[in-house]
Ligand binder design. Structure first.
Ligand SMILES: Cc1cc2nc3c(=O)[nH]c(=O)nc-3n(C[C@H](O)[C@H](O)[C@H](O)COP(=O)(O)OP(=O)(O)OC[C@H]3O[C@@H](n4cnc5c(N)ncnc54)[C@H](O)[C@@H]3O)c2cc1C
Length: 431
């Protein structure tokens, strides 16, 4: 039986090759060059739409660890990346044309993969299908996905706020409270600012350097998710009446209402990651470090994820997907890549790898269990498929990995690599 994979980007190519590695066959649909996206420039498979850096190679960095897990899993994307790498210091930087050309060639030469250069406008009614159409899924298929997942479960924009490591916050300069003491006492961690601190912060926000918007992104801000610096530009007090309003909050240390607050909300159940509520931004990453550290409680904050806003098609994975990356409403349909709600080249590759293995196991009547969440791949799947009230796309970071604390980074890395090998052996032995 052929498994259908829609979209020959990083995730779709990885999924198709994993299916054939396991002994199966795949038909891989790619709409380019017949139908184009606003970001792709070539007809090559697995084209990198922006940076040619696949981020850190350092194993003490979660991006480096994820890459090593993928390498050990026999990822075809990693094989091509390693084979087309150019000097990039601690990062894995590739020659983008050679990288995509190599993957196009490897896919064309794989006898188990049938490449069809056609837009999939609908999902076939039979057989196992992996949807890997990425952040710029075609309009026709988006319409079909909206019907399958429900009107409110398909999103077209990321408006993500930064996330900081809870261990890096100065708790002497913050207090736990919900507005008017509603909800659990510990729901929010509030970082107060005096009027002087607020004024300096406001000025820095307005002047900070920003990422340029691409033409197709310009029309697209919703009023509800404006970048924080755009709100700041509207006037000195706009933020103090908006996301930084101190209404209903009393600082227990002096019994007074602060001039302004930044509220932090738990991003994971263990509370090791905290999200700056309402702080979506287009500021450049180093500017986010500089400006957000002007908030007194965040002076030494470690950013696990930076804020951003961009065009992105993704589903509400915790609502829609099970841990096999199958659609709960129709389990023969799986999702892979950025459309699942992970963010980034390697994270998308990882979800392609897992979905390919899961689909093959389902096709052959076997039970797929994801890797443990002490691995990067398992932690990403857990993030996607467990309850999250306010689901937002996520890149890999140590905060997601079960058992991680700053003091045991080396042990976390060792465990992840050992467990990914064990996971691989668990189903490879069955073959
Ligand atoms: C403008 C922009 C800039 C980005 N910059 C970065 C960056 O610098 N670093 C980073 O890590 N990530 C970046 N990303 C995210 C990055 O694009 C993704 O992480 C990664 O490409 C996702 O891989 P994917 O396989 O899920 O999707 P893609 O790589 O986009 O692949 C999806 C494929 O599906 C095809 N397709 C879509 N609809 C259909 C259909 N109906 N039928 C058939 N084929 C279809 C597309 O043509 C495409 O080839 C950026 C995203 C965008 C939009």
């Amino acid at each position: 039986m052929e498994i259908t994979v829609i979209g020959a980007g990083l995730a779709g190519v990885e999924a198709a090759h994993q299916i054939t590695r396991m002994g199966g066959r795949a038909v891989l649909f790619e709409m380019r060059p017949g139908v184009v996206t606003p970001a792709h420039r070539t007809s090559l498979l697995a084209e990198l739409v922006c940076s040619n850096s696949l981020k850190s190679l350092d194993l003490q960095n979660a991006h480096g660890l994820l890459k090593e897990e993928l390498r050990r899993m026999g990822s075809v994307i990693m094989e091509a990346a390693d084979g087309t790498a150019i000097p990039g210091g601690k990062a894995l930087v590739v020659d983008r044309d050679r990288f995509a050309a190599r993957l196009t060639e490897m896919t064309g030469n794989n006898p188990g993969i049938r490449l069809v250069r056609e837009e999939a406008r609908r999902i076939t009614e039979e057989g196992i299908v992996i949807v890997a159409t990425g952040p710029l899924t075609s309009d026709a298929l988006s319409g079909e996905l909206r019907e399958l997942t429900g009107e409110d479960s398909l999103f077209f924009f990321d408006a993500i706020s930064p996330i900081v490591d809870a261990a890096s916050i100065d708790y002497d300069k913050a207090f736990h409270a919900s507005r008017y003491m509603k909800g659990e006492e510990g729901d929010y961690l509030n970082c107060p600012l005096t009027r002087e601190e607020y004024d300096l912060f406001h000025e820095a926000l307005v002047k900070a350097e920003r990422v340029d918007l691409r033409e197709f992104e310009k029309t697209s801000y919703f009023e509800g998710c404006l970048p924080v610096e755009v709100l700041a530009e509207r006037g000195r007090k706009t933020l103090a009446f908006g996301p930084m309003k101190p209404v209903g909050l009393t600082d227990p240390r002096d019994g007074k209402r602060p001039y302004a607050v930044v509220q932090l909300r738990k991003e994971n159940a263990s509370g090791t990651m905290l999200n700056l509520v309402g702080f979506q931004t287009k500021m450049k990453y180093p500017e986010q470090d500089r400006v957000f550290r002007m908030i007194p409680a965040l002076k030494d904050a470690v950013f696990l994820r930076y804020g951003s806003i961009h065009r992105n098609t993704y589903i509400n994975a915790p609502l829609c997907l099970n841990e096999k990356l199958e659609l709960k409403a129709d389990r023969r349909i799986l999702f892979a890549g950025q459309i699942t709600g992970v963010e980034g080249y390697m994270e998308s590759t990882a979800m392609g790898l897992a979905a390919g293995i899961s689909a093959f196991m389902s096709a052959t009547g076997r039970e797929f269990h994801p890797p443990p969440s002490s691995t990067c791949i398992g932690a990403l799947i857990r993030y996607l498929t467990t309850g999250n009230r306010n689901f937002q796309p996520m890149n890999i970071n140590f905060g997601l990995i079960e058992g991680y604390s700053k003091k045991n980074k080396e042990a976390t890395v060792e465990t992840a690599l050992r467990e990914i090998e064990e996971w691989k052996n668990s189903f490879e032995l069955e073959k």
